[in-house]
Design a protein around this ligand. Structure first.
Ligand SMILES: Nc1ncnc2c1ncn2[C@@H]1O[C@H](COP(=O)(O)OP(=O)(O)OP(=O)(O)O)[C@@H](O)[C@H]1O
Ligand SMILES: [Mg+2]
Length: 377
């Protein structure tokens, strides 16, 4: 089976509307990918998503989930195979957190013991202490905590497909960043096939393995990897929308040396791993670069590796897969980070000495600066 979610010429025409909400949409989302659907307000994102679990029926065309035509499938059965997370979360106020999470397993007829175990396990997964949270009611949680419960509930029956409609939309930026990071970590293990709606291009670039850009009228403009969307926008609408035109040009004009963080935290070759762990924790890093006595970069140590091994840095050293130079443009650095799937890049001078660090966030910050209009809703 090739794609997990497949739209074939799907059109949704609401009665009395002059234009379709979704217009002859054909997209394929392979298993394990996160397809972010993005576009201006009213372009049909929610409509497209809700057709996947048949909260909305298409006017014409066909949708396949796991290779099966959903219109020929029992609706209840279909919905149980699809986790659904929405912005307003939709937790039941008179159910405890545990009861909310165990809802779908209950419908599936799981035993009570198994349901309770599953709820606790999922609270753990989304970073909430079960002992502390399981018996609370939704109103006794913060917005970010409720959002986590929403994600836990959607995962309860371990559905292969997840639909997420602006799941982190109503949350403050810092919590949102953390939830995004957590979700990315989680997805790395779970490898669900996800359709994720947002109107925030930064979130799209961060969360998506595929980005699907719609224009009002439900017209598909482009579906591609974030990298391709940025480097080869299909038309001027996409270029404007992602800000690649001005944003990436701006990146080309900025040198790595101008934006890099200088004197990054490092470790030395023969340092005890326990000391590295302390330093990484102190600076909230998940890896640290290791330099020799001439400050030449020799590798890095991952937090996990350092925690798992009590010895010296040299014992758990990993090779650095990509570096950049002070003279390189931020566009070079950013595209290196995109192609290697890393968020930080060590900066070397001509003597191979580590002089700084650039991050994908720096690059995205530059894109944002140069093109604020692309982010206005
Ligand atoms: N039940 C409905 N009846 C008629 N028109 C509708 C209905 N639901 C949505 N629409 C229209 O269909 C179009 C697409 O709506 P949709 O909710 O899918 O947009 P969206 O991309 O999710 O927008 P937003 O970013 O604001 O959430 C809009 O023009 C909307 O007004
Ligand atoms: Mg919507």
């Amino acid at each position: 089976m090739e794609s997990m979610i497949q739209f074939d010429n799907v059109t949704k025409q609401y009665p009395g509307s002059p234009t379709p909400a979704v217009n002859s949409l054909t997209i394929a989302v392979p298993e394990g990918e996160t397809c972010v659907v993005i576009g201006p307000s009213g372009c049909g994102k929610t409509t497209a998503m809700k057709m996947v679990n048949r909260l909305i029926e298409p006017t014409s065309g066909a949708i396949f989930v796991g290779g099966r035509n959903i219109l020929k499938q029992n609706v209840i059965e279909l919905r149980r195979s699809i986790g659904y997370v929405i912005q307003q979360i939709g937790l039941f106020p008179h159910f405890t957190i545990r009861e909310n999470i165990a809802l779908v397993p209950e419908m599936l007829g799981w035993s009570q013991a198994r349901r309770l175990r599953r709820a606790d396990e999922l609270l753990d997964v989304v970073g909430l202490d079960p002992a502390q949270f399981r018996d609370r009611y939704p109103r006794q949680l913060s917005g970010g905590q409720r959002q986590r419960v929403g994600v836990a509930r959607a995962l309860a029956a371990d559905p292969p497909v997840m639909l997420m409609d602006e799941p982190f939309g109503a949350i403050d930026p810092i919590t949102r960043d953390r939830l995004q990071n957590e979700f990315l970590r989680l997805q790395k293990q779970l490898r669900k096939t996800i359709m994720f709606v947002t109107h925030d291009i930064d979130e799209a670039l961060k969360m998506g393995t595929l980005i699907c850009i719609l224009q009002v009228g439900g017209d598909l403009q482009q579906i591609d990897s974030p990298k391709t969307i940025l480097s080869q926008p299909a038309n001027s609408f996409v270029a404007d929308f992602v800000g690649s035109d001005r944003g990436l040009k701006k990146l080309t004009l900025v040198r790595v040396s101008e934006t890099m963080q200088t004197n990054p935290t490092v470790g030395s070759y023969d340092e005890p791993t326990a000391d590295l762990v302390v330093r990484m924790r102190q600076h909230e890093m998940d890896s640290v670069f290791i330099v020799d006595d001439q400050h030449k970069l020799v590798g890095y140590v991952a937090l996990e590796a350092a925690q798992a091994h009590s010895g010296r840095a040299a014992d758990v050293l990993s090779p650095v897969i990509a570096t950049t130079e002070e003279e390189a443009t931020m566009r070079d650095a950013f595209s290196a980070m995109l192609s290697y799937g890393i968020r930080f890049l060590p900066v070397l001078n001509s003597h191979q000495q580590l002089t700084g660090l650039v991050s994908a966030d720096d690059a995205q910050g530059l894109i944002r600066q140069s093109h604020p209009a692309a982010l206005a809703r």
